[in-house]
Design a protein around this ligand. Structure first.
Ligand SMILES: [Ca+2]
Ligand SMILES: [Ca+2]
Ligand SMILES: [Ca+2]
Ligand SMILES: [Ca+2]
Length: 393
């Protein structure tokens, strides 16, 4: 953004009145639209030179004059006699732009050069200027005979940043990934693209997605992905199941000092994927039933009979779920007489019977409780616990 000191604005109307360059009072501040540039950005330049507004009814030009040239230069290359034009017939403000074209370099490590360095143009637009990594752009204007005004801005590469839009995603969300690296705005007049590698705990090789610049010169790149729990990774779809960590990375081949121009750095970030289904609703648990050793249904119970306690769980998620199914039998004094569990994994959209045998040794009322947990270690319930009472003769 162009910032004009207030004092200049206050004085402009009186300066506008001058019809002839005032060589005795040379005054011509030069501004650039940024204070620092990357190697392939567009530089917008402004010169306040009211005394060069020689015709208040015409758009005047400056710089393409052999006697009073404007030179745009980097440490390596330069454009001489570059023309600036007045923003309006009577503004006394002159502007021009030049596109930095960097140097020959492979910015993504694929072995191909991604830049077209060239130095050509007369202004006020469509000029191109080559530049190295650690350089500067200097605009100099011979405002009056022997009076040269200059302004410079440094040019340097940046270490990129990468971010997920959230720290946690639900498995049915989409995720967006953003890279901020103005060094990859290779063409300041069109949307650039760059590759981002994305993987998950369940798919280490993952996917490579194309991130697109958010506007023609933003240097900010965004890609959006979705998650799948039952298909393989493909395109912008990543295989990731709840509990996974997801990773995004790109290799920055445009690094500032003290890195060399041949160095690269992996820029990474991560986030988590959780199920969109609350933990307690991940599995459905049906009331338990009882059967004898042949599988016939039991409605009355006697001591020393082997009783099969049969539970049924169903997974209404479309991905597999690990579980622990725990049976606990208590007598009428609330004393636990039997505990056992089954550990397993249930596929997406499946029902599963789980059973344990128990032989009552004493007559009385018993309560059978069942629990489904995600593991024996953190025992997060995957469905509400159930309880049934029976009488043993
Ligand atoms: Ca004019
Ligand atoms: Ca390349
Ligand atoms: Ca661009
Ligand atoms: Ca960079």
């Amino acid at each position: 953004m162009l910032v004009l000191p207030l004092i200049f604005l206050m004085f402009l109307p009186s300066i506008f009145a001058e019809q002839v360059p005032d060589y005795d009072n040379p005054y011509s501040p030069i501004f650039t639209d940024k204070s620092v540039y990357s190697w392939t950005e567009k530089v917008k330049m402004t010169i306040l030179a009211p005394s060069w507004n020689t015709d208040r009814y015409l758009i005047d030009s400056i710089g393409d004059d052999e006697d009073h040239p404007i030179e745009i230069s980097t440490r390596e290359h330069s454009l001489v006699s570059y023309r600036f034009t007045e923003t309006d017939v009577n503004s006394g403000i002159f502007t021009a732009e030049v596109i930095l074209t960097g140097f020959s370099h492979d910015v993504d490590g694929d072995g191909d050069i991604d830049t077209s360095p060239r130095t050509i143009g007369n202004g006020p637009t469509s000029g191109f200027l080559e530049v190295d990594r650690d350089s500067a752009i200097t605009i100099s204007f011979e405002f009056a005979d022997g009076v040269v005004l200059t302004e410079s801005a440094p040019i340097q590469w940046n270490i990129g940043k990468i971010q997920f839009s959230e720290e946690n995603y639900l498995s049915d969300n989409t995720a967006s990934i953003r890279v901020i690296d103005s060094d990859l705005n290779l063409n300041p007049e069109s949307l650039d693209h760059m590759p981002i590698q994305i993987s998950s705990t369940s798919d280490i090789s993952g996917i490579e997605v194309d991130a697109i610049e958010t506007s023609e010169s933003s240097g900010v790149f965004v890609a959006t992905i979705s998650f799948t729990q039952n298909l393989s990774s493909s395109g912008n779809r990543l295989f990731a199941i709840p509990g996974d960590t997801i990773f995004a990375k790109y290799d920055d081949y445009t690094l500032p000092k003290p890195y060399s121009t041949s160095d690269n750095l992996e820029v990474t970030t991560f986030a988590y994927v959780d199920s969109s289904i609350p933990t307690l609703r991940r599995l459905q648990s049906l009331p338990i039933v009882f059967s004898d050793t042949s599988g016939n249904s039991l409605t009355s119970f006697s001591i020393n009979d082997q009783i099969q306690i049969v539970g049924t769980i169903s997974n209404e998620q479309n991905f597999k779920q690990k579980f622990v199914y725990l049976f606990q039998v208590k007598d009428e004094n609330n004393y636990v007489v039997s505990v056992s569990w089954i550990q397993g994994e249930i596929s997406g959209n499946q029902n599963l019977n789980v059973s344990q045998s128990w032989i009552p040794k004493k007559t009385g009322v018993y309560t059978i409780e069942t629990y489904t947990w995600n593991s024996l270690i953190n025992t997060a319930p995957l469905s509400p616990s159930l309880s049934t009472s029976i009488f043993v003769k």
